[in-house]
Design a protein around this ligand. Structure first.
Ligand SMILES: Nc1ncnc2c1ncn2[C@@H]1O[C@H](COP(=O)(O)OP(=O)(O)O)[C@@H](O)[C@H]1O
Ligand SMILES: [Mg+2]
Length: 520
């Protein structure tokens, strides 16, 4: 089964690091069993011994019944130094000992010796814990979640087991099996195995219905992490009024996540930052993008990452990004990014953790080649660190201003039709003139408020009801005026306008030219 996405060949990377005699490699992963089997295959390929160390069992040859030796971390390093044969040493509980200055010293000396040998130390750890003294000696490899190929092999092995037993059966066409693998993307190998097994156990058959079982399982597992969740992409792009430039820009990229597109020479889109007043459709657009591109929508809660409430935030950030890459192609939505960043990035209050975590994110954005399309939204420009806005992070920054007359017309039409009202039966022209300075959310509000008025009087919605609702609404643009003006000025030279600037006045019959147009 060939997945469309190019797979990051992590094994190849480790292979070449070892061949290039990098002495110590730090492998960042939660998946010990998977790592062991990867390294085991590598040791065979390179014809090297494979030694395995844990704090309780000591050092022994991998998958033998030997009694291990050298439980002490210093002892094991001495032994590695003396050992003759070309070998890979996988050290599993070693990272806590990196705080011991004796261990650090020994590793530094050993690193020097190993460069001239065919021995490599591989430290496996779920968290990044590198003392500065060792940063030059140790190379970090962040192990991604299983790729479609690995998940396919896992599924095949489960199918083989089922076929041997007679208790349950398999009923999967090749494209259904691919859908099942796709559903499991973003899970660790163990999680995927559990999800597949669960789908067999519940009804004794593995078939296309289990795609949903696996998806549900995945949603739950991902939600448990506390910072990432699958979000229903339940808005259509046709429900977004105005924002012509943005919609066109997105439209051009809708098919950019395929092998065909990259063969054509298209770079994989990185993402977009949507900046603007509250209620202008930023969150709506994020949902609509995922919906119209038919990609899963993952929401990443920056606020929670930086709050420190969910454990080591750096680890959490790395994990979330790994999951997103595992699920890719997908849309990763970071709503109100400034909320997470406010105060967290300076690093003054939290010993630099905020800055490090944010740095991890920026580096990821910069180097990202995976099909994770980031949609970040922000209301306030002041709160955003300049590094985020630099070229190479987002493909584009869009400024979403309050909708001009033509866009207000669009938005009102959308919201009337959503409530099954025929826009033609309303005097939209008058409504549009009265709603200069209203946001999309406020336009929706006046329609809904009008409905309440009409319903309370037990009659159909009339133009007057909407007018009344407008009179009773103080748009945010009045209270938010200065801030909006600042953002507008900032955006003039640094962002693209999300909407076309000059909506032709003639499209709004009877409107007073220039009064309701905001031409910049
Ligand atoms: N451009 C728009 N077109 C249609 N509806 C809109 C638009 N902007 C806002 N709305 C309505 O207002 C609601 C809130 O908007 P939202 O996207 O949450 O604003 P933001 O994220 O920019 O603060 C949307 O769910 C939608 O119903
Ligand atoms: Mg929003």
């Amino acid at each position: 089964m060939n997945e469309k996405q190019p797979v990051k060949p992590v094994l190849k990377e480790i292979d070449s690091l070892i061949r290039a005699r990098y002495p110590i490699i730090y492998l960042l992963t939660h998946e010990e069993a998977r790592l062991e089997s990867l390294i085991s295959s590598l040791s065979k390929k390179q014809s090297k011994e494979f030694h395995h160390w844990t704090a309780t069992q000591g050092l022994k040859l991998y998958s033998t019944e030997d009694v291990g030796k050298y439980n002490d971390p210093l002892e094991v390093l001495v032994h590695i130094q003396k050992h003759d044969a070309p070998s890979l040493f996988l050290l599993k509980d070693f990272h806590p000992f990196l705080e011991d200055p004796h261990v650090v010293r020994r590793l530094r000396d050993l690193a020097h010796d190993l460069r001239g040998s065919f021995k490599t130390i591989l430290i496996a750890s779920p968290r990044l814990n590198l003392p500065i003294e060792l940063e030059k000696e140790i190379t970090l490899v962040d192990i991604p979640l299983p790729d479609p190929q690995e998940l396919t092999e896992l599924l095949q092995s489960i199918i083989d087991v089922i076929s041997k037993r007679n208790k349950s059966s398999v009923d999967l066409k090749p494209d259904e099996a691919r859908a099942l693998v796709r559903a499991a993307q973003g899970l660790t190998l163990t999680e995927a195995e559990n999800a597949f097994s669960k789908s067999v156990v519940n009804d004794s058959v593995l078939n296309v219905r289990d795609v949903n079982v696996v998806l549900k399982e995945k949603e739950q597992i991902i939600r448990k992490s506390g910072i990432l969740e699958f979000f229903p992409a339940n808005a259509k792009i046709s429900e977004v009024g105005g924002l012509q430039n943005l919609k066109q820009w997105l439209g051009l990229r809708s098919k950019a996540f395929s092998t065909k597109a990259s063969e054509f020479g298209l770079p994989t889109p990185k993402g977009v930052l949507l900046l603007g007043a509250p209620g202008c459709g930023k969150s709506l657009t994020a949902k609509a993008v995922a919906n119209s591109w038919r990609l899963p929508l993952l929401r990443l809660d920056f606020g929670k990452i930086f709050s420190g409430l969910v454990g080591s935030s750096e680890e959490n950030m790395r994990r979330a990004l790994k999951v997103a890459e595992g699920v890719s192609p997908c849309v990763l939505w970071i709503d109100e990014i400034e909320k997470g960043l406010a105060g967290g990035v300076s690093g003054s209050s939290d010993g630099g953790t905020g800055a490090r975590v944010f740095g991890t994110f920026l580096t990821w954005m910069q180097e990202k080649e995976s099909s994770v399309f980031v949609v970040a939204t922000a209301n306030k420009i002041e709160a955003l660190p300049p590094e985020l806005l630099r070229r190479g992070r987002f493909d584009e920054i869009f400024f979403m201003d309050l909708p001009h007359a033509q866009s207000r017309m669009d938005i009102l039409t959308i919201h009337l039709m959503k409530r099954k009202r025929d826009p033609k039966t309303f005097d939209l022209k008058s409504i549009i003139e009265l709603t200069d300075g209203f946001s999309g959310a406020e336009l929706e509000h006046v329609v809904v408020e009008g409905l309440f008025i009409a319903y309370s009087e037990q009659r159909e919605l009339k133009n007057e009801d909407v007018h009344k609702a407008i009179r009773e609404t103080i748009p945010l643009s009045i209270t938010y005026k200065e801030e909006l003006e600042r953002t507008r000025q900032w955006a003039k030279t640094r962002a693209r306008n999300a909407d076309v600037l000059h909506a032709s006045v003639s499209q709004v019959p009877g409107s007073k030219a220039n009064k309701i147009e905001r031409v910049e």
